[in-house]
Write a protein of this length. Structure first.
Length: 85
């Protein structure tokens, strides 16, 4: 797995509950199922930049969360990468 990358994803309560239900029904760990679903979605995603922008604009609250992240970074409300290990 040397060519892999770790990514942390936060799901809203509704999607987290659906993932839990799907994992239970398939007798699969939630993380394994989530990784598989995300990989498939990425494989099927259209890489045309116009479609990526449309997708990003369709995510509720994405702009606000991005702006909050920028504010937190500017104010120093961050965790050094070395502290995450």
């Amino acid at each position: 797995m040397a060519d892999s990358a770790r990514l942390n994803v936060t799901l809203d309560a509704e999607r987290a509950a659906k993932l839990t239900l799907l994992a239970e029904q398939t007798h699969t760990q939630e993380g394994t199922l989530a990784r598989s679903l995300l990989s498939r979605a990425i494989d099927e995603a259209d890489v045309d930049a116009r479609h990526v922008v449309e997708l990003l604009e369709s995510i509720d609250g994405a702009w606000e969360r991005a702006q909050l992240g920028l504010e937190q970074a500017r104010s120093g409300a961050t965790v050094p990468l070395d502290d995450l290990v």
